[in-house]
Write a protein that binds this ligand. Sequence first.
Ligand code: FMN
Length: 191
Amino acid sequence: MDTLEALLGRSSASRLSEPAPQGLVRERIFRSALRAPDHARLRPWRFLVVEGEGRDRLGDALARAMQRRDGAVDEPTLQKLRVNPLRAPLLLLPVADVREHPKVPLLEQQMSVACAAQCILLAAHAEGFGGIWRSGSIAYSAELHAELGLADSEQLLGFLYLGTPVAASARPVADPDPKQHFRPWPPLPLT
Ligand SMILES: Cc1cc2nc3c(=O)[nH]c(=O)nc-3n(C[C@H](O)[C@H](O)[C@H](O)COP(=O)(O)O)c2cc1C
């Protein structure tokens, strides 16, 4: 698949099954993230790799974090959280490790990590796999950060679910009109 084909053809897959990318393919996907634009080469990222039974542990951590944050949470809600990570064989959790820098605002560092996450989704697609970026308010909570062992300087940017798309779940790729989103500036005078 060439680059533009991958860029224009990627869409999120909400239902993902085995297999996940493995071996050299997985390594290429990981490497693609590390080529994201990164002001001052701060490498403001790390990625937690969760698979196998680790997904159950993550589910438990999500449920504990919600209980700690919200107090009384009904059991069906907690159970849904516990099984959420089982929706794909592989999860990558992008973590932004941001720090004060004289030239690189925190927002730029977060944007670099978001670019890295998109590189992962695109590379996975180019390699014939599928993925979806998910979040939920618990992702941004101090309670989950503690469960995951994040440092004070670190922020979780969500969950990248990766695997093999289940054909029935493939969503049609929207084809928005660039003219709706790209306009000349300064605006052209009306004639
Ligand atoms: C930071 C971030 C968090 C997201 N969180 C969710 C989520 O929790 N649930 C969801 O269904 N989609 C979420 N999305 C959107 C999907 O990843 C996806 O982009 C969207 O469904 C549009 O599909 P497409 O990528 O095929 O255009 C999130 C996207 C981003 C960038």
